[in-house]
Design a protein around this ligand. Sequence first.
Ligand SMILES: [Ca+2]
Ligand SMILES: [Ca+2]
Ligand SMILES: [Ca+2]
Length: 304
Amino acid sequence: MMRTLWSLTLVILTIGGRVCAQPLMDDFLGGLDPQNRWSWVVAGNAPANTLDSTRVSFTAEHLQITAQAGALYQSVNNLRNLPSVSVPALRGAWVIEARVRLTRNGSSGGYLQAGLVVFRDADHYFNLHLVYLPDQSYQLSVSGGHEWNGVYQWAGLSGVVWSPSAGDTARLMIRYEPDTGLARFYYDREDGAHWRECTGSPRPLSDFPALQTVAQLGGQVGLYVDLGGGGGSPAPVASFDYLTILSDYHPADVTCDGIVDDADLLQVLFHFGAQRCNHPADITRDGIVDDADLLQVLFHFGAR
Ligand SMILES: [Ca+2]
Ligand SMILES: [Ca+2]
Ligand SMILES: [Ca+2]
């Protein structure tokens, strides 16, 4: 059902012309959607391919990862089971959102966490997650961290503290406002209050260089679970319901199909000389489809 709705949205957005956002949606219906070209590789991690299939499973609607030792923290870089999708540079009012349930089971002694990780490699990442607080009777909260050149810092983002008996599921969202250059961080612990903004949000994107680099140059958006230095059995399980990424299309992607290619070139050629406001082939937005627009397509040919 959700996938049908999203496909419909995509069609509507495409018909709508240039004010369209590029959606990536995976709701893990029985597996990873191959269209999204998931990868388990994290550059700088050992092993680089983080997949341990004995601890990955799918229910009808969820991706489940059973936690095990391993982390991206500083130079440790031995995390297991970090699935991610490649994203091009993020444009416009981009949004990254996921829903995760984290069941602690027998784990204790660490900051057990699961959520979103946006990264270039094992030493350049930003994460936003659900976390169990060992110093607060293993109550749940939301927090974030980031690393640049292997130096870890707390992100200065936090949520309220609640008892997992009241729900151990949260939606997590990162949203960028191009008008202000601020990133906002939200969570919904599904208690009826809907989205709450994290304490410490909004923030200039430049506060988190790895997140900023992915937004500007592209990178990976992934899901992870980390024992946070704790242990015990049975092992905790992170259950991911969906991952959504919204971002504007490349300006030279006239056809809004996710790639700058000959179809976009043809659109510019077919409409060469056209003069009107908001013509899709007027990539430079100066009111005329001309050689400047043609150059935009050629310079960015193959871009996503
Ligand atoms: Ca690291
Ligand atoms: Ca295109
Ligand atoms: Ca133009």
